[in-house]
Design a protein around this ligand. Sequence first.
Ligand code: HAX
Length: 443
Amino acid sequence: MSTLKETLKQKIEAHRPRTTRLVKEFGKVIIDQVNIDQCIGGARDIRSLVTDISYLDPQEGIRFRGKNIPETFAALPKAAGSIYPTVESFWFFLLTGDVPTDAQVAEVAAEWKVRQVVPQYVFDAIRALPRDSHPMVMLSVAMLTLQKDSKFAGFYNSGKFNKMTAWESVYEDASDIVARIPVIAAFIYNLKYRNDKQTAIDPKLDMGANFAHMIGQSEEYKDVARMYFILHSDHESGNVSAHTTHLVHSALSDPYYAYSAGLNGLAGPLHGLANQEVLDWTLKFQEKYCKGVEPTKELIKDALWDTLNAGQVIPGYGHAVLRKTDPRYMAQREFCLNTPGLKDDALFKVVAMIFEVAPGVLTEHGKTKNPWPNVDAQSGVIQMYYGLTEYDFYTVLFGVGRALGCMANITWDRGLGYAIERPKSVTTDMLEKWAAAGGRELN
Ligand code: HAX
């Protein structure tokens, strides 16, 4: 058993009594209540999911295993010659909560080299799709195509299924998925945008660097990939992609079914597709409003109002939980400011100007509870600068990163034996009756 799996085993076994005790001794302790607004309005803020992998504070933003973004980047072992950690070290950290040693990172990296070999039938399935399919369709199909070799499904069907050890086969599938997904993403990119010019894996490289290598990117892009995959990995359990993955896996659907579903949720414009939408909005703004003139705050303000008056959302702004600027936005903005060419890039300047104007416009508009930018407002400009101009691919990049969080979470879901998810629905008649009575009589 690898050091990572052994560490995870010990952590899961040590954690189980905590969960068991909470349910047995404190199961009826009330931690939240639900109002009609939440019932109709997308279950916002209802505390009904448990994860120890990350926590999202509305003011502070994300913490991975208790560490904020700068602390996470500072604590983890770095890629050779880089100020950014490897994705491999982050995976160890996300799964166990421990900062790995260099030897432990090397072990994960060696394991991923074996796991990352993608069967030919996956590439054949992607190739069989219409070439103008959205790259998220290709990624989701690839995930489903791999399902036939799921170790969890194999274990379930073996007749020896055991709730206590089921997490081990989830871990195996999860590790295969996180190791293979960048290779699949690179294949999709090359197929769609580089005339099918495929580049073989370089076994000497870490995951982020290898992704850059496979899509024909520059040396500098290696850090972009590492940073991007880590920043997009996890945002606690309630967001659409993480929640969908958790929900589907709760029926004991294997990790391939679960993550394909999660990716389909990520492909929505209010969620992960927003990074594509931001680029689309910004380029259209330049085309329509800046014919021969420099962009100004006034022009941006006009364009934002035009979008709002047309009944559309400003992509990259607002959040269901956050009530301040997303620290993932700030981490990427800092990357831009610290990268000489990027700092002076015309598109970055527009995005920075939107940051100055949009919160005021959204506040005046008066609808959103959070007028500040989220992760998607800043991510595309970096990709664009490095030559990834095909912005319908950006959500695939998000999906590669998000696999880390979703897979770590469902491994723990099985480790702690979480139940099949099944909230209760009510009818409109019932809501009207309870509204008239001032509330539902409990008990
Ligand atoms: N532009 C215009 N209107 C906005 C808005 C925005 N950026 N953000 C919220 N609103 C509107 C909502 O549409 C809603 O309007 P209605 O009352 O007419 O339905 C109102 O303000 C209240 O919404 P809210 O409570 O502030 O926000 P929600 O929790 O309902 O929604 C969203 C959160 C992220 C979906 C929302 O802010 C949004 O649509 N933003 C733009 C799309 C986007 O950037 N999505 C990515 C979010 C981060 C993420 O998941 N990344 O993957």
